[in-house]
Design a protein around this ligand. Structure first.
Ligand code: HEM
Length: 351
């Protein structure tokens, strides 16, 4: 029965199942058993959890400014297990962003973005931007005081972009002010456009990882030739990832029970709250923007974003100028400087 079904499919779908299995089953270097090295799987797991819980939340969330807050309150306190779904969605979003930062740091400090992995890195930077966009638009959907005012401030910052700022603000808000049009736009971005873009970008990212294989050091490359130092993707690596998934989902559920996501008072466009806070992963940027004018801040952020995107090429240029050893030191120093400044600004904004 099974071979017949297999033949039937093979005659219609001209893909060699063995070839696909072989490609998927590429050996993984032993060091990928360490959490620091296999961190790329965590945002992927979180992304799947986000999609699943997000669809469930959509059954009850109403994207109309007059009732959006009430629908979130209803989900949180009245819908059966609504608190759990909202809590897991919220916790998973935080861990997705945190694991992305760590994944990016490990790729940077292990120099895994270098030739031939430049495109993998560039798609990674796009993924980072999309994930932060999802965080920003998702936060605005709650429509409590802090979330509403964070949307006002966030779009004001975008509005300060030189030359195109005002058009950008109008485009984001759907008018001069944060109104129903803004909520509609952010809702569509959050549930359709950004997730679709994320899926495509992750697919390309993973495809490139499969093309090049995971980066490994020379001694690992030698070990690969000897057939040592590697373990199979299936079932070992898949089982590791399933273990991480189980741990994450249990932790998210427990976290939702003991620390449910906050819901403040309903929004009031006429009363500005004393403290307007974005999500924690924007704290560093927010503090920096408070230190300089919005315009300089935006230009600075654009510059940093572009440097990150083109980093593999900048890195090559630095190596040409400083030589191999000099570039290694410069790379490490720059990375550490970036991490320390960002962490300091984040902590500064928290206290
Ligand atoms: C939703 C976002 C992302 C997902 C799902 C993802 C997933 C993955 C996975 C599964 C791997 C295999 C190795 C590992 O687990 O570390 C990987 C490797 C890689 N990622 Fe990501 N990643 C994401 C974002 C990023 C970001 C933000 C960057 C950097 C800007 C990045 C750059 C890279 C590079 C260069 C590699 C190849 C590393 C190597 O060969 O050792 N990724 N990614």
């Amino acid at each position: 029965m099974f071979p017949m079904a297999k033949n039937w499919i093979n005659e219609r779908v001209k893909i060699d199942a063995h070839e696909v299995a072989e490609k998927i089953n590429e050996p993984v270097p032993n060091y990928m058993k360490g959490l620091w090295f296999c961190l790329g799987g965590t945002p992927m797991i979180c992304m799947a959890i986000q999609f699943f819980t997000g669809v469930l939340l959509m059954f009850y969330y109403i994207p109309y400014q007059d009732v959006a807050y009430e629908s979130v309150r209803y989900i949180s306190y009245e819908v059966r297990l609504g608190w759990l779904i909202r809590g897991v969605h919220h916790a998973s979003a935080q861990v997705m962003i945190a694991s992305l930062f760590l994944h990016m740091a490990r790729v940077y400090f292990t120099e895994s973005y270098r030739k031939p992995r430049e495109i993998t890195w560039m798609f990674g930077v796009v993924l980072m931007g999309l994930s932060m966009g999802l965080g920003f638009t998702g936060y605005s959907l709650i429509c409590d005081q802090v979330s509403y005012w964070a949307t006002v401030v966030g779009t004001n910052i975008a509005g300060a972009t030189p030359v195109i700022g005002h058009y950008l603000l109008l485009f984001m808000r759907g008018g001069e002010d944060v109104t129903q049009s803004t909520l509609t736009r952010f809702f569509v971005l959050h549930v359709a456009i950004l997730p679709a873009a994320l899926i495509v970008a992750v697919a390309v990212h993973i495809l490139f990882i499969r093309f090049h294989g995971i980066h490994y050091e020379q001694e690992d490359a030698n070990a690969k030739k000897d057939g040592k130092g590697f373990y199979p993707f299936f079932p070992e690596h898949v089982l590791n990832e399933i273990g991480i998934f189980m741990t994450l989902i249990l932790s998210f559920a427990m976290f939702s029970y003991f620390f449910p996501p906050h819901l403040g008072e309903t929004f009031n466009p006429n009363v500005t709250p004393e403290h307007i806070k974005p999500e924690w992963y924007f704290y560093g940027v927010f503090r920096y923007l408070k230190l300089v004018s919005y315009q300089i801040g935006i230009l600075g952020n654009l510059f940093i974003g572009l440097c990150l995107f083109f980093w593999p090429f900048i890195d090559q240029a630095i190596e040409k100028i400083l030589g191999f050893a000099g570039a290694k030191i410069a790379r490490y120093a720059l990375g550490m400087l970036f991490v320390v400044v960002w962490a300091t600004f984040t902590v500064w904004e928290t206290i």
